[in-house]
Ligand binder design. Structure first.
Ligand code: CAA
Length: 259
């Protein structure tokens, strides 16, 4: 793979900080960056110490300005059929760690779609969200037509997609596109606060809960509830369940062992 070093990774106290760093192109996602993001997720997933992956953009102006439009310009129809960005974001969604998109600046097109594939979204007062693909004569192709409507509802999703309008962080919170809206200088505190809650949980329960929500979401309720039941049966068999329940009874903090 050609190296571009547009993705930086730092591991700190259970958090994998993944920073998109192609400032001169507003962190637009070219094919090298997508490969690097995939590799970073692989590394984070294998690391037992990591419980949370925070995705952020460098430079203060942009989370990610979408797919690289210069590369898009050269693409032929069959190139849209490969897993590509859509496949990568599926992998992000299915990742066994908790993912947080920390959006400060533009999250447009594939940038917004990357945030949509994460579990928790945060926005600052500098955040801007939009799916402007129709301006380019294409459609959102990395999950945007499906995940946006699941997150904010079909009417609002169609409005955003068909008009290509750009909304700010406050509006994003109002319509449920993000869960947390903070001033830029408070973003790190908010990430620490939310991650702090997650870091105290057992990794097995985290995975089971996340997958039960994600997999069950598009299923009929009977099947989805059965997935929940089976997931709980797995949780009941873990040492972590014994530890968590014992810690409550003994009035102490649980120490989960991922077993
Ligand atoms: N691809 C390639 N280059 C990009 C880019 C992108 N998506 N976004 C920005 N850049 C480049 C610009 O070409 C420019 O490069 P030069 O300095 O070489 O001219 C540089 O980044 C700075 O951009 P601007 O001068 O436009 O910066 P700005 O601050 O005035 O505006 C912006 C920032 C609003 C993000 C604007 O650049 C913009 O609208 N970008 C395109 C956003 C977009 O349409 N995204 C959707 C892409 S399609 C997609 O993502 C498909 C999909 O579903 C997967």
């Amino acid at each position: 793979m050609e190296q571009s070093n547009y993705v930086e990774a730092v591991i700190e106290s259970g958090i994998y900080w993944l920073t998109l760093n192609r400032i001169e192109a507003r962190n637009a996602l070219d094919s090298n960056m997508l490969d690097e993001i995939e590799r970073a997720f692989g590394e984070a997933e294998k690391n037992q110490d990591v419980k949370v992956i925070v995705v952020q953009g460098a430079g203060g102006k942009s989370f990610a300005a979408g797919a690289d439009i210069k590369q898009l310009n050269a693409k032929k129809p069959l190139e849209a059929l490969v897993p590509g960005m859509q496949g990568l974001y599926r992998r992000v969604e299915n990742c066994n760690k908790v993912t947080i998109a920390a959006v400060d600046g533009y999250a447009l097109g594939g940038g917004c779609e990357l945030a949509l594939a994460c579990d928790i979204r945060m926005a600052t007062n500098h955040a801007k969200f939009g799916l402007p693909e129709l301006n380019l004569g294409i459609i959102p192709g990395a999950g945007g037509t499906q995940r946006l409507s699941r997150v904010i509802g079909k009417g609002r999703a169609l409005d955003m997609i068909l008009t290509g309008k750009i909304i700010d962080g406050e509006e994003a919170e109002r319509i449920g596109l993000v869960t947390y809206y903070v001033q830029r200088e408070k973003l790190k505190d908010k990430i620490d606060e939310v991650s702090g809650h997650i870091l105290k949980k057992g990794p097995i329960a985290i995975q089971l809960a996340k997958h039960a929500v994600n997999k069950g979401y598009d299923l009929d309720i009977e099947t989805a509830l059965w997935i929940e039941k089976l997931s709980q049966a797995v949780a009941f068999g873990t040492d972590d369940k014994q530890e968590g329940t014992a810690a409550f009874i003994e009035k102490r903090q649980a120490e989960f062992q991922n077993k």
